[in-house]
Design a protein around this ligand. Sequence first.
Ligand code: PMP
Length: 435
Amino acid sequence: MSQILHRSIAGGYPTAVSGEGVWLIDSDGKRYLDGSGGAAVSCLGHGHPDIRAAMHAQIDKLAYAHTSFFTSQPAEELAEHLIARAPNGLSHVFICSSGSEAVEACLKLARHYFVERGEPKRIQFISRRQSYHGITVGALSVGGRMKDRAPFKEMLLQGHHIAPCYAYRDQRADETLEQYGLRVADELEAKILELGPETVAAFVAETVVGATLGCVPPVPGYFKRIREICDRHGVLLILDEVMSGMGRTGTLHACEQEGIAPDLMAIAKGLGAGYVPIGAMLASSQIIAAVRQGSGAFPHSQTYNGHPLACATALAVQQVIERDDLLANVRRQGAHLERRLKERFGNHHHVGDVRGRGHFWGIELVADRASKTPFDPALKLHARVKQAAMAHGLMVYPMGGTADGNAGDHVLLAPPFIADAAIMDTLVERLGEAV
Ligand code: PMP
């Protein structure tokens, strides 16, 4: 039995030993198609020669230099690269090691900003039902999935509130999709007014929900309305693009497709593409200006901020994506994947919904298609599909099946950006067998 304290504590997982492109290979030599990029991480697949070369080159020069003594060329270049392509108004980057840390930094900078501006009463955060933003205490505090919070309830931040999120079960028969999106957005405004706008620091949301509900693209018009509501009440908009960002949906940032920019944004996962642990917060020039005019510093730093090896690797990942025009491949092969998924599952009596964007798709499993009734969570259908897929040599990411809030059973797909049509066909074929 493994002595490592993480998910495999229960044992029973194969041992991964190597990776080649879209494949992972275990200690028995069995090959698994990485249909989920781990958890939407491995966007360039495994063992990419250019990334390995960039990592070797950097480690031969410098692996680490503490940020209280030095900056480094890889950190500077990565920051420049990210800001040159950032949503409008975002001007500065904080480089950390994970998605949770990136979200944590957003929450703390939002709070710090209001203290610096002389609005110390703005301390409450609002996020959405069933959301997931990470495991650290701040990030967990803004999570909307009760089962994650339950054991730690007394430790969590006070002043967290839940707003609705669109879900395929909740649209009324008498409203269009657009009306539905605006209704859900307006419920956020009602929440802000109920709390008192002068007490609300920020609204936190995933642009395309990935972490708990098996991929839910936003309803058209929703985020434009959200942006207006936040601006009207002086509330910051924090977008969590840890999963949906860095090209996963076919544009570098998912919010580009919504025509809006956040005040703060968290990215991770695809940033390091699985080669290094790295995450980042992007912050607006308005926030940075307030901090500059105030105390002049954001009192939040970590040992591994801007790690040179991590930054050089992340920069190489971005350069390969641009050089090989991989986001065009994501859009092209994403459309192919959509067609194949809809052909295979569009009439399946236990698949209620197939939804996504780019290389980011989810299927929702239901006991009854017509009434959209979810399965009994005790059946853990999502986990059983994952197990069956692994037996068929396919990795898919399972989610849901908890009793709170009707989360339902989901299977998330996030294949590497290098996947071609034949790989997408194999993925859908194996998933079909598993389901
Ligand atoms: N936010 C979202 C949307 C995520 O999907 C995740 C990871 N699943 C996180 C935050 C936390 O990232 P990490 O696991 O790297 O801390």
